[in-house]
Design a protein around this ligand. Sequence first.
Ligand code: PFF
Length: 444
Amino acid sequence: MAKREEWSSRQGFILATIGSAVGLGNIWRFSYVTGENGGAAFLLAYLFFVAIVGLPIVIAELAIGRRGQGDATSAFISIAPRSGWAAPGLIGVAASFLVLTFYAVISGWALKYFAGAGTGVLWQAASADAGGYFQRFVANPGEPIIWQATVLAVTMLVVVGGVQRGIERLNRILMPALALIMAGLAVYSLLQAGSSKGVAFLFTPRWELLLRPDIYLAAMGQAFFSLGVGMAVFITYGSYLPKSFRLPTMAIMIIAGDILIAILAGLLIFPAVFAHGLDPKAGAELVFITLPQIFLAMPAGKIVGTIFFGLLVAAAVTSMVSLLEVPVAYLMHRFGLRRWPATVWTGAIAFLLGLPSAMSYGLLKNIKWRDHQILDNVDYVVSNFFLPTGAIMIALFVGWRWNRPDAIAQANLGDGITANLWIWSLRVGAPVLMAVVLARSFFA
Ligand code: PFF
């Protein structure tokens, strides 16, 4: 058997995993959900969930992955053979595949905006009517599909390249560039007259908002999506980890990176939104309709805007790569497919299944459920049902089913208070919190 692929260095692994965590979720989704939920209070709730639920589960997923040395289901099967425990791994494979279907569509929008910003088409159109430009684009029967296919093709190329040559190399370049340029853009945005209102929006909580239950729901959903918890990504990436890497340190760095980029995105977007008297509650269109207007009004805004959309594409692609890698690793390991056919098949099917999402604001715009179009509903179902279900099962599996000494040793936790905290948050704390989210989605 060929030697199993491994990350070439700790740094490569961390960057690739941060590349998976940091994506549209940190920029597009974080900014509009934070805007809709009142800013700083939401940010606090989100940080709480990332740290309290996210951290133990990220460590758990990495430990399961490294123990299994295979695909998303391997460790479950070897620890608890023939007991049905492979289910969380399978849910992860399905969830990451489903996310990929609609994620590719939005990444396609980002690519279209990047191309439009670079060629100047976007600026011309946005100065007349930014909203109309976006609406016309998503309503077009063919165009979103072309962009969706393009981003998927790029992602497939990287994944065919494999762990070191593809995934690791891409992230090694893009992730540091992303952090640096985002920081630069945030400083630029902060220097604008009137930006302080945006800073206050992001950092001065209106405490009364914390009394609203829907803030927690949104914060938890955002934390899950943004980290990519429950989708078997960390299990799959963890399977390529050598024994010598210490998981808690890795997990903390991944989480810190994810939070850092989200906050930088907030510092870039909100000061600019307020400086230009725009509405932070613009919803999912904040990045695509509100931001181009802001860039137009900024000195050198066209350059800044082009860089921004370029970064958005980069962040999206590194996440798509991880989403695609999960089902690809599964097919390779379970069914003995080689990397490239596994990638081509998965990518092609993800494209086809993503078509309804790509057409959901055009030809299929009248197909609605909960008063939302198809794409939003796929996001809703996956984020609210698949993700928490997968994550609860992972937590319970590690907490109750995996024998404790092995789990703790695999997670590099020693046997002190930290190990106890970890085990108990997996046994009780995290599952209970997540069950509340699930229950709330059912009964809302
Ligand atoms: N975490 C990514 C983001 O914030 O955009 C999205 C994502 C990547 C979700 C990988 C799930 C995943 F498995």
